[in-house]
Design a protein around this ligand. Structure first.
Ligand code: BES
Ligand code: MN
Ligand code: ZN
Length: 492
């Protein structure tokens, strides 16, 4: 989406749709100035038609009395309750309206008059507009409607130019993650995911290494090998490096689960909704989106993305319930359910990341447990961490980006729940209690005292239908985590 800023006065702006905001129960639209009197009180009439609730829209024709062809008034809800997410949502509704009207461009007057920093206001409007224009139509003959250009009207356009371009890069990272995550499993096996990583690396000057099945065997990635052995699509471990920090700076490592299709393996899943398990690669796609944005922003840091990728299939060569495998860490795991595969490949990737890079921080994203959806639903991800500082920082970025997380506890009691009689660990807890945390406890065994955070995105990685509430998350993969981590990286 093309987005620019300019200081044209609203009453002088020639545009197909001039958009302004109104608080609930207010009769004043923000930034329209004298326009109301120029068009015979039509603005006042328009405001009367809506209550100003979040996302309500009123359109007014101007009959050539001013250069703008139409005015759109968008409700922001009560003045004291306007948040960044309200702005994101409303900007999304506006952009979708402009698109459905078939416009080639529209303009938004940057609202002022509430206690939110203008660059945060602009960030939210840009994210809301751009991300709500996303659609996945790669496999459709009939493509979605054209995306209109957007002008942001603001007295000091230079001041917000950089905010716009940075936000667009982050949003493109999110869109890139969505594009790969939405691919069907027949067109995105581990080897294809690895080629996407390689072409991203060559375009964006990242270092990239892909471990083949043979190398993984040789280097004793027992978790990745076990889960991957049931599929003819061989497993890969993808590593991307962005080195723009000081040589002596320890990197941040971000790990993402990329099961390109999760049938459950021998512990096979019910067929209903099994198609959705193409989204079991979303953690890995989030890592790709993060690496894309970080490299395009040229952030002066060292960061490594690690993506263990497998297809979890049943077959004559599959791993089985009862197997005991040895992970990369050297610890053994008793397999009691082959559908608890994510933790096995993640454990290998986490141990490798720590051994190879001695990172200052390690964070993983994974569609790890159905239990997380039971606990938190589809709008909030699970956060598990032993590190208070890291968790607090992630929560702060979560508040800002509205990629919501909620911290769950972890302690020795949960670690005990995955003790095995015959191996160092079981790959599932006994019974269904605390499923998200027992999965995290398994991962904790792969991490030494490196500050680590685990984010379970089982509920938030994709949406079943275009949630009317959040137009910026249309149907399909959301790219959850890209905006969260980019905010974390830029504020810490
Ligand atoms: N990928 C699934 C988790 C999942 C399920 C994510 C539904 C999103 C929607 C994971 O590999 C899995 O199957 N987990 C099992 C663990 C169980 C066997 C302990 C689960 O949650 O049922
Ligand atoms: Mn599974
Ligand atoms: Zn899975």
């Amino acid at each position: 989406m093309k987005i620019k800023s300019e200081n044209t006065k609203p009453q002088k702006k020639k545009t197909a749709l001039l958009c302004s905001f109104v608080f609930e129960k207010s009769s004043e639209s923000l930034g329209l100035g004298k326009i109301n009197s120029k068009i015979n009180d039509a603005v006042k009439d328009g405001i009367k038609e809506i209550k100003g609730k979040v996302g309500e829209l009123a359109i007014i024709q101007t009959y050539r009395m001013i250069p703008a062809k139409r005015i759109l008034i968008a409700g922001l809800g009560p003045k004291n309750k306007v948040t960044l997410d309200v702005l994101r949502i409303v900007a999304g509704k506006i952009a979708q309206k402009a698109q459905s009207l078939g416009l080639s461009e529209f303009s938004i007057i940057i609202p002022q008059g509430f206690p939110i920093d203008v660059s945060d206001v602009v960030t939210s409007i840009v994210e809301g507009a751009q991300l709500s224009m996303y659609s996945f139509d790669k496999y459709k003959k009939e493509k979605s409607e054209k995306i209109p250009d957007l002008s942001l009207l603001f007295a000091d356009p230079q001041k917000i130019r950089e905010v716009i371009s940075k936000t667009q890069i982050v949003s493109q990272g999110t869109e890139y993650a969505r594009n790969i995550a939405n691919l069907p499993p027949n067109e995105c096996a581990p080897s294809q995911l690895a080629s996407f990583a390689k072409s991203l690396a060559s375009k964006n000057k990242l270092k990239c290494k892909v471990f083949s099945k043979n190398e993984l065997k040789q280097k004793k990635f027992g978790g990745i090998i076990a889960v991957g052995q049931g599929s003819k699509n061989e497993p890969k471990l993808i590593v991307l490096e962005h080195n723009r920090g000081k040589r002596s700076d320890k990197p941040i490592v971000i790990v993402g689960k990329a099961v390109t299709f999760d049938t459950g393996g021998i512990s096979i899943k019910p067929s209903e909704k099994m198609d959705e398990m193409k989204f079991d690669k979303c953690g890995g796609c989030t890592v790709l989106g993060i690496m894309k944005a970080v490299s395009e922003l040229k952030l002066p840091i060292n960061i490594v993305g690690i993506i263990p990728s497998v297809e979890n299939m049943p077959g004559g060569e599959s791993y089985r319930p009862g197997d005991i495998i040895r992970l990369y860490s050297g610890k053994t795991a008793e397999i009691l359910n082959t559908d608890a595969e994510g933790r096995l490949i993640l454990a290998d990737a986490l141990s490798y990341g720590i051994k190879k890079y001695s990172p200052k921080i390690i964070i993983d994203f994974a569609t790890l447990t159905g239990a997380c959806i039971v606990a938190l639903g589809n709008n909030v991800a699970g956060l598990v961490s032993y590190d208070k500082k890291l968790a607090e920082k992630l929560k702060a970025s979560s508040e800002k980006t509205s990629e919501e997380v909620w911290q769950l506890p972890i302690n020795d009691d949960y670690m005990d729940m995955i003790k095995s009689n015959v191996a160092d660990m079981r790959n599932i807890g006994k019974g269904r209690a605390a499923g998200t945390i027992t999965a995290a406890a398994f991962l904790a065994n792969a991490v030494d005292d490196t500050p680590w955070a685990h984010i379970d995105i089982a509920g938030t990685a994709w949406t079943q239908d275009a949630t009317k509430k959040k137009p910026y998350n249309p149907k399909g993969a959301t790219g959850f985590g890209v905006r969260l981590i980019l905010d974390y990286l830029s504020s810490n």
